[in-house]
Design a protein around this ligand. Structure first.
Ligand code: SF4
Length: 206
């Protein structure tokens, strides 16, 4: 939210200064670097890499010291991109999650409903597959098609047709624009592009 506010303020300044098209927004980087958001993100830069490198206990201790006692003057890096860290489905136990109870846990469609996500009808799908065959021919076998699980909005489904055949379905109208699929798909086959008409989540109660 803060980065969006900085973008709006930068645009406002550009328009107020007579840049009617708002084309020169190079001040955004400087405004971002001067904000509390940059400071906060910089302070927590080691959080993920420390957990990945040292494990939950040592990594947690590292982060506690780094964030609460004194700043450790190193910057850790993850060597592998996140999508390349995914384990094969055959190496993982099948987890049977309890059904949402509607009190403290909720199904995905009720949560998507609360986001007031809306996309104009009949627009091209804004979730592009580089190779439309990969979900069924590769991702399904190797990773049990993980997009079904990592997408928080239930956009990706493996559906069964009347003849028993399975296919990959994209319910793009439910997308809440988190871009997880673009980042996490192990085949790097999904590209999120801006949908038409400014559609997307609205979060009216925030
Ligand atoms: S951007 Fe997020 S909500 Fe949209 S399809 Fe990808 S994972 Fe799902």
């Amino acid at each position: 939210m803060k980065s969006g506010m900085i973008a709006a303020e930068t645009l406002f300044d550009a328009l107020s200064a007579g840049d009617e098209g708002g084309r020169d927004l190079t001040a955004y980087a400087e405004n971002f670097n001067d904000s509390w958001l940059y400071e906060e993100l910089y302070k927590s830069r080691n959080f993920g890499p420390a957990m990945h490198k040292f494990g939950t206990i040592l990594g947690g201790a590292f982060n506690f010291i780094d964030q609460n006692l004194f700043s450790i003057p190193v910057t850790l890096h993850d060597d592998k991109p996140d999508y390349a860290e995914m384990k094969l489905a055959s190496e993982c136990p099948v987890i049977e999650y309890p059904k949402p109870d509607g009190v403290i846990s909720f199904d995905k469609s009720s949560s998507v409903f609360l986001s007031f996500t809306n996309h104009e009808e009949n627009q091209p799908c804004h979730l592009k597959l580089t190779d439309a065959s990969i979900p069924m021919t590769s991702n399904l076998q190797k990773f049990a098609e993980p997009a079904q699980r990592f997408c928080p909005a239930g956009v990706y489904e493996i559906v069964e047709d009347d003849d028993g055949s399975q296919r990959f379905q994209i319910n793009s109208q439910n997308c809440v624009h988190c871009k997880t699929c673009d980042i996490k798909d192990p085949a790097q086959n999904i590209t999120w592009v801006t949908p038409e008409g400014g559609g997307g989540p609205n979060y009216p109660n925030m």
